[in-house]
Write a protein that binds this ligand. Structure first.
Ligand code: ASP
Length: 596
């Protein structure tokens, strides 16, 4: 090794020991005859002192050093003079008195400073990702990512799971997204698909008798990257035989809670993880991945809305829509311009409007008078009504109520945006607390308005609730419950999974409901249907997203900050310049022709 110690590891116990260090030059300070250099490697930073009395040659070289030069320094660790210790640095009690220094490689001036506290445009960071990853915060993110994956591997190994790799070149696996295709050179005109997840492969491994499988799997989905998504993401893919829902949930809960306690013990964790029904979370939070760190729970007020003269409410209720809302504590004093800002947030979310009612400070709801209630135009109502509304949504004096009207599905989406906005604006969510929860009892199918057909809420391999299989033959398909569960945390969906179908007839029935023809079923799923005929055991699993959990654990705003080499929102790799055109010869070999 070109070094005998790590910069960031040096402590008072190392005093008087001679060490060789190697790393990057950070700040350099000339202090009249003495030069101080912050030397950085992955472990951290230590101060190196160049004193011409110790080594005139080293001092002379130190005068030339610039940020990000790579150097090797030999010197003796010494205690910093009293009063010059730096409590903000882990190594702040000591410094290294340089006896010699060698420049291993100089550096050009970097396009941005290699520190945590500078604002840098993300595209510049991605273009120079190798420099961006030198920043301590990014190194910490990668270290935590490593610790998370290592924890998962050790945890599952100790419980008898086998880590098994599955192919990247495979056949299309329907998980609801578009496939990436890879042309076959040897079989012109034919394509592999990159797996959207190893779903069918892990199920086949259960048929193989593996019983407990996992993989840190890369999944590819050719989606428009509207949200904080990536074309390729990493998940812990897991499957077990002879299990029921509770077995998977208990394992997942133990894995996540002990992992958090081990990797980021400073985070507060709520245990046990609540288990909430899909319908219940939709009613209360308008979302199937609620942030449970704060309340602002919603209530349907359609019946109360129908008593008003408000035309908007009437026309929406007349079309089968709903009126729903929530109370925001202590916000009755909002100014007109603040209310306007809120209405803009609602419009940005796609809503036509937002109604509000403010209960200005009295002692109790009983004392409320007409004058003390302020509401949006068109919503003036007698005091009795306002009181009933306040009771329904849990508002009191000093509070504001936000109401939205429209088709149930959209109202939930809009209100979810408003709830998260208010939670954020009022600082209601403690950033150091993690509230995990399982959402269960999802419907098996959802009606796709546009395509006019049933879609799987999760994926077609999810089993219907026990006793509800017969409903597949009926016309109440929207009310079949699925053996599907999600793990959510702080407003993010972290994992999805289900108990699977393991019998051919039932699986065929589900494909039929989803509108596949017999030929399509044979072509796309013949292999797995056949496998089910050879003693497939009951099985189920789950697949937590690694990028997302690491982003939460590291307080990263974007999953791009926890992926070494991510792509931009437009799917571009700015470092390599991918995707890119290829040599015409490569296209010919693949029997491909690009048309305009
Ligand atoms: N394959 C599913 C997914 O990627 C997860 C699962 O059901 O295990 O979402």
């Amino acid at each position: 090794m070109l070094k005998s110690a790590n910069c960031g590891d040096l402590r008072a116990g190392d005093v008087d020991i001679q060490h060789t260090l190697a790393g990057w030059v950070g700040r350099r300070r000339d202090h009249g005859g003495i030069i101080f250099v912050d030397l950085r490697d992955r472990s951290g930073v230590v101060q190196v002192v160049f004193n011409p009395d110790v080594s005139p040659l080293a001092y002379e070289i130190a005068e030339q050093l610039r940020p990000e030069w790579v150097v090797q320094v030999r010197g003796t660790v010494q205690r910093r003079p009293a009063g010059s210790e730096n409590p903000l640095m882990d190594t702040g009690d000591v410094e290294v008195a340089a006896e010699s220094v060698e420049v291993l490689n100089p550096s050009q001036t970097t396009p941005f400073y290699i520190t945590d506290d500078v604002e840098v445009d993300e595209s510049l960071r991605l273009r120079y990702r190798y420099l961006d990853l030198r920043r301590p915060v990014m190194q910490r993110n990668l270290i935590i990512r490593h610790q998370v994956v290592k924890y998962i591997r050790d945890f599952l190994d100790a419980r008898g799971f086998l880590e098994i790799e599955t192919p990247i070149l495979i056949k299309s696996t329907p998980e609801g997204a578009r496939d990436f295709l890879v042309p076959s050179r040897m079989q012109p005109g034919n394509f592999y698909a990159l797996p959207q997840s190893p779903q069918q492969l892990k199920q086949l491994l259960m048929v193989s008798g593996i019983e407990k499988y996992f993989q840190i799997a890369r999944c590819f989905r050719d989606e428009d990257l509207r949200a904080d998504r990536q074309l390729e993401h990493t998940q812990l893919d897991l499957e077990m035989s002879f299990v029921q829902e509770e077995d998977i949930l208990a394992l997942t809960e133990e894995l996540f809670s002990t992992m958090v306690e081990t990797v980021v013990p400073e985070k507060k964790l709520v245990k046990p993880f609540p288990r909430l029904a899909f319908k219940d979370v939709m009613d209360r939070y308008g979302s199937d991945k609620p942030d449970l760190r704060f309340g602002l729970e919603m209530s349907d007020v359609s019946d109360l809305a129908s008593e008003t003269d408000f035309r908007v409410f009437h026309s929406i209720l007349g079309q089968g829509g709903i009126v729903k809302g929530f109370a925001v504590p202590g916000q009755a004093g909002m100014t007109t311009s603040q209310v306007r800002d809120l209405e803009q947030v609602a419009r940005d979310a796609g809503a036509a409007g937002l109604s509000h009612i403010r209960f200005r400070g009295e002692d109790s709801l009983e004392d409320m008078t007409e004058e003390s209630v302020l509401s949006s135009a068109g919503l003036r109502m007698p005091v009795g009504w306002s009181r009933r509304l306040a009771e329904r949504v849990g508002a009191g004096p000093g509070d504001m109520v936000l109401l939205m009207a429209g088709p149930a599905r959209q109202v939930n989406q809009w209100l979810n945006v408003m709830r998260l906005h208010m939670g954020d604006k009022l600082g209601l969510a403690d950033p150091d607390t993690l509230i995990f929860a399982f959402v269960t009892q999802f419907p098996l199918f959802e009606w796709d308005e546009e395509a006019e057909r049933w879609e799987s809420s999760h994926h077609p391999f999810t089993a219907p609730a026990p006793g509800e299989e017969n409903m597949l033959d009926g016309d109440d398909l929207g009310n079949i419950n699925a053996r599907h569960y999600d793990l959510v945390c702080n407003g993010s969906e972290l994992a999805s999974g289900s108990i699977r179908i393991h019998r051919r007839e039932l699986q065929e029935k589900v494909f039929e409901v989803l509108g596949y023809t017999r030929e399509q079923v044979n072509d796309l799923f013949g292999h797995i249907l056949q496998a089910f005929e050879y003693g497939a055991p009951p099985h189920g699993g789950i697949a937590p997203g690694i990028d997302r959990i690491v982003a939460i654990l590291t307080d990263s705003v974007s999953i791009r900050d926890v992926i070494a080499f991510p792509k931009t929102q437009t799917g571009t790799d700015l470092l390599f310049g991918a995707p890119s055109q290829v040599d015409p010869g490569q296209l010919r070999e693949l029997s491909l022709d690009v048309t305009q």
